[in-house]
Design a protein around this ligand. Structure first.
Ligand code: CP
Length: 326
């Protein structure tokens, strides 16, 4: 069955197909605001075992914009408290007649587990620190809309050249960031130069072995970057006393007005959210002219509409082929 589990295993052509479709659906829905009944009669279940504002609500809106129904499940207040397992919970919701299960969980690999256990399409809305594929896709869509013009929308666009010459830095808590992982695999596939920047306690040198540039000082790289994607420190995932402290982190890595003066004139400032104002980004930068943080939120609906639509089509084609073979 077709699923969207991670970007590490998607090809550049598949990533571009999602981005082109997202762009088209954004236009068709007048900026993700109007309904286009392409998926009427289908149902999308959101299974969230971790908190969310952006991902959960934009998956719901994406399904509704395309005419589908939604089921909203949160582990808090559910029968999980009575001992029902993750897989039994998902199978129970699937038995209500759903076409897609969107899942967020603190354990890496949980969407991959559901993909083996369920018959419907599974979409990863964040599995612990592993991946957050629709976040990576919406980040790349936002960059493309600002930087590439319309050439990338052409079916014949060469994936290797789409991001050629562009430098994108992922800054912050890489160790705990699923957004970083989805971005770095996706951006590399589309041809961008990726810098992974953060304190040595939160950035492994393993990334260098995998061919990424690693930096430990934002001041040393900021002038070279076309895009900065600022990731928050995930204190909730750090068991021991966090190092660096919030104050040390802000001093070395916060994107502020002074650092912005050393950046390129047209730098894009991105953040997946939620942002910690004054820690990884100051209010003057978050709310300033280089920030595209709220465009990222709108593009979240676009890539989630595209993901639901493409998976539904792929599943119908797969089911039709299986029927022809039987
Ligand atoms: N960016 C992101 O995943 O935000 P939420 O946790 O609010 O969904």
């Amino acid at each position: 069955h077709p699923h969207l589990l991670d970007l590490e295993r998607l090809s550049a052509a598949e990533i571009l197909a999602v981005l082109r479709t997202a762009d088209q659906l954004k236009t068709m829905t007048e900026g993700c605001r109007r309904k286009v009944p392409l998926l009427t009669g289908k149902t999308c279940a959101n299974l969230f075992f971790e908190n969310s504002t952006r991902t959960r609500n934009s998956f719901s809106l994406a399904a509704k914009r395309l005419g589908a129904d939604t089921v909203e499940f949160s582990s808090s207040g559910s029968s999980v408290a009575k001992g029902e397992t993750f897989v039994d919970t998902a199978k129970t919701i699937e038995a209500m007649g759903v076409d897609w299960v969107v899942t967020r969980h603190s354990t890496p690999g949980t969407p991959h587990l559901l993909a083996r256990e369920l018959d419907c399409c599974v979409l990863n809305a964040g599995d612990g620190p592993h991946e957050h594929p629709t976040q990576g896709l919406l980040d790349m869509l936002t960059i493309l809309q600002h930087r590439i013009g319309s050439d990338w929308k052409n079916e014949a666009a060469d994936p290797e050249k789409v991001f050629a010459g562009m430098t994108v830095a992922l800054v912050g808590d890489i160790a705990h960031s699923r957004t970083a992982r989805s971005n770095l695999w996706g951006l590399r596939k589309l041809g961008a130069h990726v810098i992974i920047c953060g304190p040595p306690t939160l950035v492994s040198h393993r990334w260098e072995e995998l061919g990424f540039e690693v930096a430990h000082r934002l001041d040393e790289i900021v002038h070279r970057c076309d895009v900065l994607n600022l990731l928050r420190i995930q204190f909730e995932r750090q068991k021991a006393r966090p190092f660096p402290s919030v104050y040390e982190y802000a001093a070395l890595y916060a994107m502020n007005g002074e650092r912005l003066r050393h950046a390129k004139d047209d730098i894009l400032i991105m953040a997946p959210g939620p942002i910690n104002r004054g820690v990884e980004i100051t209010p003057e930068v978050a709310d300033g002219p280089h920030s595209v943080i709220l465009e990222q939120v709108t593009n979240g609906i676009a890539v989630r509409m595209a993901s639901l639509w493409l998976l539904a089509n792929a599943k119908e084609n797969a089911d039709a082929s299986a029927e022809n073979l039987s």
